[in-house]
Design a protein around this ligand. Structure first.
Ligand SMILES: Nc1ncnc2c1ncn2[C@@H]1O[C@H](COP(=O)(O)OP(=O)(O)O)[C@@H](O)[C@H]1O
Ligand SMILES: [Mg+2]
Length: 366
């Protein structure tokens, strides 16, 4: 298409309020006239990036509400500074790349490149998806508009399509990040035959809204159940990033971050044991465990900090069979030679006589 043929497209897009079309047509025009009218071409790009600044939140704008119940449909949080999520290097790089691209919009537009505007985070519960959305808001200094689909679908089924539409309209009018948490809620309900028609309609509403979002509106989706997500929804996201369970070195960083100031109170062996034996839980539980340990340390001043920690770690995954009870007692005895049999009994809640028997068995076998 030449520039003249693009004009009607541009006008149509403006009249239809179709920002995505408007922006991509404007970029095409700017590209085509760059050699002949470099200044005009630059001005087009400038107005595209200015437009972003002009969409800054006006404090008067109302958060959309459900028409019948009048409940606010989304939760809005101003960005606050939080520490970076603890992730493996590749995952963190993908997220940092997105931040870099979003912070380099003008540079990209000048090269006729559209920045990415959507990310889908998927992974098991408690790996930090919601945290990452908050961190992105903090890094990009944008408010986070959260739409929790799990709760909005169940409470407003029947009006959810309209509600999703108003949230997107609202998000598009703000300079903010729209966070679609528990995105699979839409898909999950598809199993429920009674709701099939309604949910199909919802998926279509969501697809249309995602499709129409221009680069200026950032969308983050999160799901614990990627396998339930509609393929078409999946494809609408520019980036899909799997967030994995924390490895040993990530657990070490999480623990060091959360127990900062307390680590000097216990033995290095205890720290190692804590890091190794939290392999059964996700990042959120590692953080919760550390907070719990801190409370215990503060409230039980007379107790040995090492024993407090070993007790808490033991409670994460108590052994079921006699063999594993024996193994744990032996393991504690080997790693912490200073622990008495009474200490081991306190940590494991196994009667002292049994502990004693398990440990002498070991000696006999040797
Ligand atoms: N990768 C991580 N790095 C740092 N903190 C984390 C991480 N994952 C979880 N957390 C902590 O656990 C809390 C709960 O995690 P959350 O983001 O709600 O997990 P998800 O949304 O994946 O279920 C977070 O607020 C944060 O304090
Ligand atoms: Mg979450």
């Amino acid at each position: 298409m030449n520039v003249y043929e693009l004009m009607p497209e541009l006008i149509k897009a403006a009249l239809n309020n179709d920002r995505k079309m408007l922006e991509s047509t404007a970029i095409m025009i700017s590209k085509k006239i760059r050699n002949k009218y470099p200044e005009v071409s630059k001005n087009i790009i400038k107005s595209l990036s200015m437009n972003r600044a002009f969409t800054a939140r006006s404090l008067n704008s109302q958060v959309p509400v459900d028409h019948e119940s009048r409940y606010e449909l989304a939760n809005i949080k101003e960005p606050i500074d939080i520490l970076p999520p603890i992730l493996n290097a590749q995952t963190l790089k993908k997220i940092n790349d997105f931040i870099l691209e979003r912070n380099s919009i003008n540079e990209l537009l000048e090269q006729d490149i559209l920045p990415p505007n959507s990310i889908l985070l998927f992974g098991l519960p408690g790996v930090g998806k919601t945290y990452i959305a908050n961190w992105l808001a903090s890094e990009l200094k944008l408010p986070l508009i959260t739409l929790d689909l799990a709760s909005s679908i169940s409470s407003y089924l029947g009006r959810t399509g309209q509600n999703i539409h108003s949230i997107f309209e609202y998000a598009k009018s703000q300079n903010a990040i729209l966070f679609l948490d528990e995105l699979d809620a839409i898909a999950k309900r598809r199993d429920d035959l009674g709701d099939l028609g309604e949910l199909k309609r919802l998926v279509n509403v969501l697809l249309k809204e995602l499709e129409e979002c221009s680069y200026s509106c950032i969308i983050i989706g999160a799901t614990n159940h990627p396998e339930l997500l509609d393929n078409a929804i999946w494809r609408r996201f520019d980036r899909t990033i799997e967030i994995q369970m924390p490895t040993e070195s990530e657990r070490k960083s999480l623990i060091k971050r959360h127990l900062e100031g307390y680590i000097k109170l216990f033995m290095p062996e205890t720290l190692d044991y804590l890091i190794k034996n939290t392999n059964v839980v996700n990042a959120a539980d590692v953080c919760k465990l550390c907070e719990h340990i801190k409370r215990q340390i503060v409230l039980n001043k007379s107790s040995d900090v090492n024993i407090i920690i070993l007790e808490e770690v033991f409670a994460l995954n108590p052994p079921k069979s006699k063999e594993s009870k024996i193994a744990i007692c032996k393991n504690l005895h080997k790693n912490f030679p200073k622990l008495s049999q009474r200490d081991i009994s306190q940590i494991t809640q196994i009667p002292l006589s049994s502990v004693s028997r398990y440990l002498t068995q070991r000696k006999e076998n040797e």
